[in-house]
Design a protein around this ligand. Structure first.
Ligand code: HEM
Ligand code: HEM
Length: 191
């Protein structure tokens, strides 16, 4: 797909429906996985905790697969160019933050679940996706390695949550303060 330029007078150029569907599906899934992860951390060991850990792992692996799909889609389908007036009104640092947060989010969408997977494998608790499909271990069983990886899964999940918070704050600033309708680029619908 070619980048669509959008003169001020033309209707707002949107992301493709596929990109929009993946954005909102993954927004809900990633935030849920983060909150379940935090909740898990403080639960005492019990069968209920083990069940929830499995759901967290299955959700995380699904997020990983969808994020790979999303990245491939993103690299092969360029998003529409920012509308001229918005691009012109953004100072350099804002443009850098805009692109920087997007790039870093994509990196963390892959790194966080991969570290979760590596932690599970190193801890000797391999993943059986949805209880039926055993996934390979890509690190050996090693309790010391598991202890080293675990905090990184949590820390990077926090870094991702922080970036997402900055991203949402930026989107809301465009909507409520600049009132430039930027959010419409990521919503299906008219015009
Ligand atoms: C985007 C996806 C994911 C997010 C946002 C996420 C987030 C989190 C968070 C915030 C924690 C609590 C960590 C802490 O505060 O120290 C956690 C724990 C954990 N996560 Fe994930 N995670 C994801 C994917 C995965 C995947 C794919 C796996 C494994 C296949 C996994 C396995 C675990 C395990 C085993 C724990 C520790 C539970 C415990 O023993 O307390 N996570 N996750
Ligand atoms: C109220 C919540 C949210 C709003 C209003 C929102 C809005 C937007 C908008 C308008 C864009 C397009 C920016 C542009 O014009 O190019 C965008 C892109 C993006 N959003 Fe969100 N978003 C929200 C939540 C989230 C969450 C929770 C995540 C991640 C978990 C996320 C991840 C992304 C990513 C990675 C992009 C870059 C898309 C690309 O260019 O490939 N967003 N978002």
């Amino acid at each position: 797909m070619k980048p669509a330029s959008s003169p001020a007078s033309s209707p707002l150029a949107r992301y493709s429906l596929t990109a929009i569907a993946l954005h909102w599906m993954l927004a809900v899934a990633i935030l849920s996985a983060f909150l379940v992860g935090l909740y898990l951390e403080d639960l005492p060991f019990s069968p209920a905790k083990l069940k929830l850990i499995n759901w967290h792992k299955w959700a995380g692996v699904t997020i990983l697969a969808l994020s790979v799909l999303r990245l491939v889609w993103r690299l092969t389908h360029r998003p529409p160019a920012l509308p001229e007036p918005i691009a012109r009104s953004m100072p350099g640092w804002q443009m850098a933050a805009f692109h920087g947060t997007h790039h870093l989010m994509y990196l963390l969408f892959l790194a966080v679940p991969l570290l979760g997977w590596a932690y599970s494998s190193a801890a000797g608790r391999p993943i059986v996706l949805f209880g039926v499909l055993p996934l390979p271990d890509f690190v050996p069983v090693d309790p010391a390695l598991a202890d080293a990886i675990k905090p990184w899964h949590g820390n990077l999940a926090w870094a991702m949550a922080l970036l997402v918070a900055m991203h949402v704050a930026g989107a809301l600033k465009h909507q409520l303060i600049d009132k430039d309708g930027l959010i419409g680029r990521m919503l299906p619908g008219r015009g």
